[in-house]
Design a protein around this ligand. Structure first.
Ligand code: ATP
Ligand code: MG
Length: 367
């Protein structure tokens, strides 16, 4: 099940809402990009609508197929009901667990030659995906002053160390990607935390990530794999502030689950639309592309969803599977379409349909 297999089998889960409109765009782009491997697409059920029909948001067959028959996967988007629904839990959370996709990697990149130039952002946020406040261990009890609710926040050395490693590896891969275009690029990893207040939990996160870097130096007499990477840290509150004032200072950012969630949404605001921002859920050997946006019920079924986040997620998945050249072709084509501005969907102020935007991208890729 590795990336050198002749045919790559990809599990495709459009799930709910606009996921059904944008995921097919990503599939056609993958199929038509020169230099990409040959794909076989395995269509799999998941999502809230599937739950309403069958009582299961993530059927056992879907998990089995992904584990046993797929090299990678793409997920569309899932509707989250606004109130608690009995028996329902998010398929994406379960997928991350089942496949051990412990990192959520979200690049946020502007497009040169557009208004993004004013405050240019080119960062990748690596969010720990398995613990922190999202272990959902909450209690509520009534006391003399009324109800008291508590949530447990779990940070472990194991999870923090492995997310740290992932961040340094991503930094190295970024350097490799820019070897020809930006030979002087020095990758920087910034640890995002709040250990001045939460010295025990955030303290452990911080020292664990630092530990990866220090161990690499120590084991290799100061000349380890990560030697060329700069290590910084930033408190989460000032990070959000600085992101908006001087986004160019952030390159690779590594954060515990909750801060990563917030910081990456804030960073997404810098590039204009949720419809542009991709992500990949990464384990050690499995990658699942997923646009950052949700199912967008307000525009679902109208043919006007922006397909770019999904198309970029497909490229991201390819990039992490080691297919850098076709991934770069896709990124370049998307940037060109954004820069030209003729085939943009309404979220970006245009009037193109989902399909028209996709076709414009395909045309650039195959030109
Ligand atoms: P969910 O519960 O599924 O997250 P949501 O109501 O939070 O649904 P999001 O998908 O998170 O919706 O989107 C927030 C806003 O951004 C909505 O107004 C939506 O229309 C818009 N949006 C999100 N994704 C896209 C896209 N791909 N193209 C255009 N607009 C989008
Ligand atoms: Mg949402």
């Amino acid at each position: 099940k590795n990336a050198s297999a002749k045919v790559l089998r990809l599990g495709m889960m459009p799930a709910d809402g606009i996921g059904r409109e944008v995921l097919p765009c990503a599939q056609r782009v993958l199929q038509n990009t020169p230099g990409a491997p040959k794909f076989e697409f395995v269509h799999l059920d998941a999502g809230f609508e599937h739950f309403q029909k069958t009582g299961s948001a993530l059927p056992e067959e879907t998990v089995k197929a992904l584990k046993n028959d797929c090299h990678g996967a793409m997920f569309g988007s899932v509707s989250s009901p606004s109130h608690k629904v009995d028996g329902y839990s998010s398929p994406i959370v379960k997928l991350r667990k089942e496949l051990d996709l412990y990192a959520n990697i979200r690049p946020v990149v502007g497009v040169r030659g557009t208004k993004d130039d004013e405050k240019f952002v080119d960062s990748v946020i690596i969010r720990e995906n398995t613990e922190c406040l999202y272990i959902k261990s909450e209690t509520s009890e009534s006391g003399p002053d009324g109800q008291v609710a508590r949530a447990i926040r779990q940070i472990t050395e194991k999870a923090s160390t492995r997310i740290g490693k992932k961040a340094f590896e991503v930094a190295l891969a970024r350097q490799e990607l820019r070897r020809t275009t930006q030979p002087n690029y020095t990758p920087t990893v910034t640890i995002c935390h709040k250990s001045n207040v939460l010295s025990v939990t955030d303290g452990l996160f911080r020292t664990s990530v630092r530990g990866v870097y220090e161990k690499d130096a120590k084991d290799n007499g100061g000349a380890g794999r990560y030697e060329g990477i700069k290590l910084n840290e930033q408190l989460v509150d000032s990070m959000v502030y600085r992101l908006f004032r001087e986004p160019e200072v952030f390159d690779v950012v590594v954060a515990p689950n909750l801060y990563g969630d917030i910081v990456s949404d804030a960073a997404a605001a810098l590039v204009g639309s949720l419809g542009l921002v991709p992500s990949v859920n990464a384990g050690d050997n499995f990658f699942m592309g997923e646009p950052v946006h949700g199912s967008a019920p307000d525009i679902a079924g109208q043919g006007k969803a922006n397909p770019i986040a999904s198309i970029r997620s497909a490229a991201l998945m390819l990039e992490y599977m080691g297919y850098t050249d076709p991934a770069l072709k896709i990124y370049t084509a998307v940037d060109a379409v954004i820069r030209e501005g003729k085939y943009l969907t309404p979220d970006l102020g245009g009037s193109a349909t989902t399909t028209e935007c996709e076709e414009a991208i395909l045309k650039k890729i195959t030109a």
